[in-house]
Design a protein around this ligand. Structure first.
Ligand code: ZN
Length: 311
């Protein structure tokens, strides 16, 4: 039996998974991320956690095919991580260093990209080799898989779907410093901002007015109840994202778009509004592209990192 580890490094916790090379999750656990001092503890902590798991499960080093590491930043050549802002500038040849500490091969990739691999392997994109994964959370992330391989790009920026330019005029800057990015309208933050813009600027009634603080979940729930203002926000979200994905399909023409992240918990309504706009704008040959909700939730990162280690 051969094993792989999937590691998903986040700002507060590191999620770890022990898998068979066939993709069966045998065990998962978490350790705390210690980002202080430029993240000097991060790799030794991970190496110690993997070592302890091998001892606990009585797995010999030669039974480990490798490990994959998803990181919150841009990654070049499966190993070099550009300094991560939310990990105090942690970066460098992290795959090489972790491999040296552990004694088996390690590959690294961006966290949204590994989540895409995970969803292709065992989630909403299972059975397909051309998958575009979109994660809708506080921001909008993405991962593009072509012929079963991640597309990471020369600068590690391929799949940064959240920064597609979708609006010509926008007064507030995006997190990236530019204006009019998809993330500004299709993230949870963007949905709430659009709802608040309408609640302040328009006199029309809405159930959202009775809430102290509006969340993206509230907007979708009210839209499902037929609330006109909430529906307007959801339709703007659907139109903006659907049109952006129609443009993406002109570039890489995937089998399936898999939509995940916290916002996707709203369920079928997301697929309905996005798919409608997608079909209206897509190049005719791509109109039938499939849309699926992500299935792995918070485990997408460890599944995808493990898949990366197998590839
Ligand atoms: Zn941006």
């Amino acid at each position: 039996m051969k094993y792989v580890f999937g590691i998903d490094l986040g700002g507060t916790t590191v999620k770890l998974g022990l898998f068979t090379v066939e993709g069966e999750l045998l065990d998962k656990w978490e350790i705390v991320t210690r980002p202080e001092n430029g993240g000097e503890h991060i790799l030794p902590d991970i190496a110690a956690a993997l070592q302890a798991k091998l001892e606990e499960k009585k797995i010999a080093l030669d039974q480990v095919a490798g490990a994959g590491l998803g990181v919150p930043g841009a990654v070049l050549e499966d190993r070099y991580v550009k300094p991560c802002v939310n990990l105090n500038g942690w970066g460098g040849d992290v795959a090489g260093m972790l491999s040296e500490m552990c004694g088996f091969p390690v590959k690294a990739a961006n966290d949204a990209n590994v989540a895409a691999l995970g969803e292709m392997w065992k989630g909403g994109g299972q059975g397909y080799e051309n998958v575009v994964f979109v994660t809708l959370g506080t921001g909008v992330g993405g991962g593009i898989i072509i012929n079963g391989k991640l597309l990471s790009g020369v600068h590690g920026a391929a799949g940064e779907i959240g920064h597609l330019k979708v609006r010509a005029y926008e007064s507030e800057p995006c997190g990236c410093g530019k204006y009019g990015c998809l993330e500004q309208y299709a993230s949870a933050t963007g949905i709430v901002r659009e709802a608040n813009r309408r609640l302040t600027g328009l006199a029309i009634p809405s159930a959202l007015r009775s809430l102290e603080k509006v969340t993206a979940k509230d907007v979708f729930n009210c839209a499902k109840e037929g609330d006109a203002l909430a529906l307007d926000v959801v339709n703007l979200f659907g139109n903006t994202l659907g049109r952006a994905l129609a443009n993406v399909s002109c570039v890489c023409d995937p089998d399936v778009f898999v939509i995940g992240g916290g916002v996707s918990a709203a369920g079928q309504i997301i697929l309905d509004v996005v798919q409608e706009a997608f079909r209206a704008h897509a190049f005719p040959a791509s109109e039938g592209t499939r849309f699926e909700l992500a299935k792995l939730g918070n485990d997408a990162g460890i599944y995808g990192s493990a898949q990366l280690a197998c590839s």
